[in-house]
Ligand binder design. Structure first.
Ligand SMILES: NC(=O)c1ccc[n+]([C@@H]2O[C@H](COP(=O)([O-])OP(=O)(O)OC[C@H]3O[C@@H](n4cnc5c(N)ncnc54)[C@H](O)[C@@H]3O)[C@@H](O)[C@H]2O)c1
Length: 304
């Protein structure tokens, strides 16, 4: 992949990290944000991350903050949006972006769960629009899901997959624009059952997390569930499913237990209690542990 011009719209948690990855890969990156103070610190934030990771901190100089949306996207080959998770905002933004970009520019949204179809349906040229769903932190978690809609052209998908692979990401092609794409569907199927086990008094929240971390969680980074099913045998998998699946939570909406926590203001880290209690020290320790783990497993991104 030759050097490309990348535009990132939104310089928050995800936007600055996405800009960092593309800059480190040698691309020229423009970044915009409606909040000046976020934009002002984007370069120093990226330089700090790069230094912390032992990467080339001079790559931050390839990131150009730019307050004007038109100027940010005008020359771009690829525009990725990472603003707040709000459909109306994203639709309005892409309508504005489309007025400024080159006819051959590719437009992507980093939405977590909003269907790409809903975001892009108002565009004049929907064939060059798709989703690129990164994971936090973008410079440490390898996966980017590349989501096509029924309008996305094969060239748009292929170019986007190549761009991300060349930047060191593991690009997964999502062939249908379903809510949650692949990763969040799998993740939240597990979370539903995790909450259900607590809700039904089978164990407490701490035990759910301990069981996962001390068992299949240990293997997950190198053994996917379908590899695992083949490893134990599809016949055994079938037998297990006959017994276990009827007992597993299959409710179509959020559980009463989860709704109850939110109603009581038990919002997790931000209120000091969610499923468990969290002191500021506990929060800092867990965040540091996750960061150190992800940093330590860098380079292990190719899961093939
Ligand atoms: N945080 C995560 O773990 C995560 C993971 C994957 C995807 N996402 C998705 O990425 C997107 C961004 O999430 P985040 O966590 O970086 O949010 P964030 O709040 O950290 O950053 C959003 C940024 O967008 C800016 N912004 C808002 N409106 C704008 C506009 N019209 N033009 C330009 N900038 C604007 C804000 O000022 C802010 O700096 C969301 O859609 C989110 O769902 C988040």
């Amino acid at each position: 992949m030759s050097k490309a011009k990348i535009a990132v719209v939104g310089s928050g948690l995800m936007g600055h990290g996405i800009a960092q990855v593309f800059a480190l890969a040698g691309h020229d990156v423009t970044v915009t944000d409606t909040v000046m103070k976020n934009l002002d610190r984007v370069q120093s934030r990226i330089a700090t991350n790069l230094r912390d990771l032992g990467d080339d901190a001079t790559a931050a100089a390839r990131v150009r903050p730019c307050f004007d949306l038109g100027e940010t996207v005008r020359d771009a080959d690829f525009v990725v949006e990472a603003v707040f998770e709000n459909l109306a905002l994203k639709k309005k933004l892409f309508a504005a972006i489309e007025r400024h970009v080159r006819p051959d520019a590719i437009l992507a949204s980093n939405t977590s769960v909003i269907p790409i179809t809903s975001i892009m349906k108002g565009l004049k040229h929907r064939e060059r629009a798709l989703g690129t769903h990164w994971w936090n932190p973008p410079f440490l978690v390898p996966l980017v899901e590349v989501i096509e809609t029924k309008w996305t052209s094969p060239r748009t998908v292929a170019w986007t997959v190549d761009l991300h692979r060349a930047a060191g990401k593991e690009a997964a092609h999502v062939k249908k624009d379903v809510p949650g794409f692949i990763g969040n569907r799998l993740q939240h199927a597990l979370w539903r059952e995790a909450i259900s086990l607590v809700e039904h008094g089978i164990c407490d929240a701490e035990t759910v997390d301990a069981v996962i971390k001390a068992s299949f969680g240990r293997r997950l980074a190198v053994l996917g569930p379908l590899e695992n099913a083949d490893l134990v045998g599809t016949d055994l998998t079938l037998a297990i499913h006959k017994t276990v699946l009827p007992a597993i939570d299959s409710r179509p909406g959020p559980s009463r237990y989860l709704r109850g926590l939110v109603a009581k203001g038990k919002l997790g880290f931000k209120s000091g209690e969610g499923f468990r209690k969290w002191s500021p020290q506990d929060q800092a320790a867990l965040s540091a542990k996750v960061f150190a783990h992800l940093k330590g497993s860098r380079g292990g991104g190719n899961s093939k």
